[in-house]
Ligand binder design. Structure first.
Ligand code: C5P
Length: 283
């Protein structure tokens, strides 16, 4: 049996770090949004072979380091069933190591697919997801949501008003654990309450003006391009712009399609990983 799911990319409309926890993780408060840039994830039960994964990018791990495999194994542990073989196929479109939860979203899509083959409620899938990675529970759910705790405590939010989003990933990686280590106590925080009120009011300008990711204040000097792309997006007419997650992808929100496409075309001359996207609702 084959089951295919879309794994949507996520953006952080806000990302706040509240403090370090005894378990080594950080308490976060983030407003998350899915966008229609997606990987295609299919799972196929087979007669033999254990859990295998193949992607159209050959440098992705093919073992338990791949979150898609991790998710499948966690699902089978919880469900108490396991087919003799499960093959996962990933068609990647979300850039890798970009701050858009590509790997977490693939893992979440595997959980949703398996939850259809071996029926399991969504809450259980989110709980299993928390053991796979901090962003996985949100990726199981998708849409617009507040993520707290390690990232796994979720509250649904009113949808982001329809808009056009330009995403641009410069060509260098940022290590998430390293960036967490660089963060110092700060008095600068996103206006999360204001963001929630703007979403409730359907106020796109209010949302765009409150985009804020505290990681941006602790980026190493070599990541200067993040600031340059952000300024470029604002110069090109974005209502607001911010880095997503631990970066380096930067996104800008536009009200109209035309200016978004023009901005994307302009950035694409320098950055080949430039995309336009629209918000999507829950998975
Ligand atoms: O949970 P996940 O494996 O995606 O986290 C990757 C890394 O990000 C962790 O090893 C940790 O260094 C950091 N992290 C954190 N606090 C969180 C989420 C992630 O410190 N809430």
């Amino acid at each position: 049996m084959v089951c295919t799911e879309r794994a949507y990319a996520k953006l952080n409309l806000t990302l706040d770090i509240l403090g370090k926890r005894p378990d080594g993780y950080h308490d976060l408060r983030m407003v998350m949004q899915s966008v229609d840039l997606f990987d295609e994830v299919s799972v196929e039960t087979r007669e033999t072979g254990g859990v295998t994964v193949r992607a159209d990018l050959d440098y992705l791990p093919r073992n338990g380091d791949n979150l898609a495999v991790k998710a499948a194994l966690a699902f089978f542990r919880e469900a108490g069933v396991q087919p003799p073989g499960l093959h996962i196929q990933l068609k990647k479109r979300i850039p890798v190591c970009a701050g858009m939860a590509g790997g977490s979203s693939d893992g979440a899509a595997v959980l949703r697919a398996l939850g259809r083959l071996y029926p399991m409620p969504r809450e259980a899938l989110e709980r299993i997801g928390a053991a796979v990675g901090s962003d996985v529970p949100y990726c199981v759910r998708g849409g617009t949501a507040l993520a707290e705790g390690r990232g796994e405590v979720l509250t649904d939010l009113p949808a982001l008003p329809m808009c056009h989003i330009v995403l641009c990933k410069p060509d260098f990686p940022i290590s998430t654990p390293e960036l967490f280590r660089a963060v110092k106590p700060t008095r600068c925080h996103p206006d999360t309450a204001g963001m929630l009120a703007a979403l409730k009011a359907g106020d796109l300008d209010g949302v765009a003006h409150r985009l804020y990711n505290v990681f941006e204040d602790f980026l190493p000097r070599r990541c200067q391009e993040v600031r340059e792309i952000k300024s470029a997006l604002l110069d090109l007419g974005a209502l607001g712009a911010a880095m997503s997650g631990s970066g380096p992808t930067v996104f800008g929100i536009f009200r109209e399609a035309g200016p978004a496409q023009e901005a994307a075309a302009c950035l694409a001359r320098r950055y080949r990983r430039t995309y336009t996207a629209r918000p999507v609702g829950p998975a």
